[in-house]
Design a protein. Structure first.
Ligand code: CP
Length: 306
């Protein structure tokens, strides 16, 4: 239960395969069972980007565990006035028990974690979105009973979600296929890490062919074509990404039992059609709910709730 006690989660690669499975098991248990923190612990949320799901699910998870949350928007702290990360980290370390950070550069998160002794959680960087993928794997496990041997196909931008999906699927014993337009590949170092984790036991496939990638897949996944901070590029990206839209036609190539996931927020008519996201194979609302259960398990494990 206390496998992650006192640890950071900066990347999904910080977990072993068995730790990942234990977290998913705990998340499943927490849907019906209550755990409480041993003392009144406080989570800080330092988010430099907008968030609905991550902010609210972390907050509710911490309240349900009996803890409290402080929302530290950069604009209401000295961070926006240029206080060095190293100084902010060492000060927050003296007040908080755990800190979740949403920012741009992974390096900023890593500096924070180096200077703060308290556990630091990646609540999304440009490189990774590990908490999202914990909830995704929980949703897939609920549908199929287990994860090993399943195939997940991600169609779209090789962004932070694609990066964390590669790591998460490799850790879970799943095959992963990423179909993306030329010039929008996932991070090369993360691809190598995922292939090392998979160790030739499962596939980590990169392709420009969304139809070939979708054939027989058990999970079809997409995300927005322009992530936060890339809004100015959206106009240039749309024509390039058009062949990578999840439509009913693309979905028909997947396994007949396949589910469709999207981390949300979604842009209907761009990366996914309204018909698919509202269709019977869409599990996006269960997936969004599972952010709460997966992050509650993560906090309980890191803080040693009983
Ligand atoms: N999927 C996700 O991280 O949602 P938010 O940006 O709303 O937190």
């Amino acid at each position: 239960m206390a496998a992650l006690f006192g640890r950071d989660l900066l990347s999904l690669a910080d977990l072993t395969s068995s730790e990942l499975h234990e977290l998913l098991e705990l998340a499943t248990q927490l849907k019906s069972q209550k755990l409480k923190l041993q003392c009144h612990q406080v989570l800080g949320l330092l988010f430099s980007k907008a968030s609905t799901r991550t902010r609210v699910s972390f907050t509710v998870a911490m309240y349900q565990l009996g803890g409290q949350v402080i929302d530290l928007h950069p604009n209401v702290t000295q961070v926006s006035r240029g206080e060095p990360i190293q100084d902010t980290a060492r000060v927050l370390d003296r007040y908080l028990d755990v800190l979740a950070i949403r920012t741009f550069a992974q390096q900023e998160l890593e500096i924070f974690a180096n200077y703060a002794k308290i556990p630091v959680i990646n609540a999304l960087t440009d490189l990774e979105h590990p908490c999202q993928v914990l909830a995704d794997l929980l949703t897939i496990q609920e549908k199929f009973g287990s994860l090993a041997g399943l195939t997940l196909t991600y169609v779209g931008d090789g962004n932070n979600v694609a990066n964390s999906l590669m790591l998460g699927c490799a850790l879970a014993g799943m095959n992963v296929r990423i179909a993306f337009p030329s010039g929008y590949a996932p991070d090369a170092e993360v691809v190598e890490k995922a292939r090392n984790i998979a160790n030739h036991q499962t596939e980590v496939i990169l392709t420009h062919d969304p139809e070939a990638a979708t054939k027989g897949a058990h999970v079809l996944y997409t995300d927005v074509w322009a992530s936060m901070g890339q809004e100015a590029e959206a106009g240039d990206r749309f024509p390039v990404f058009q062949p990578y839209q999840i439509s009913q036609q693309l979905l028909s190539l997947a396994d007949p039992e396949a589910i469709v996931l999207h981390c949300l927020p979604a842009h209907r008519g761009e990366e996914i059609t309204n018909e698919v996201i509202e269709g019977s194979q869409s599990k996006v609302w269960d997936q969004a709910e599972n952010r709460l259960h997966a992050q509650k398990a993560l906090l309980a494990s890191i803080l040693g709730a009983k």
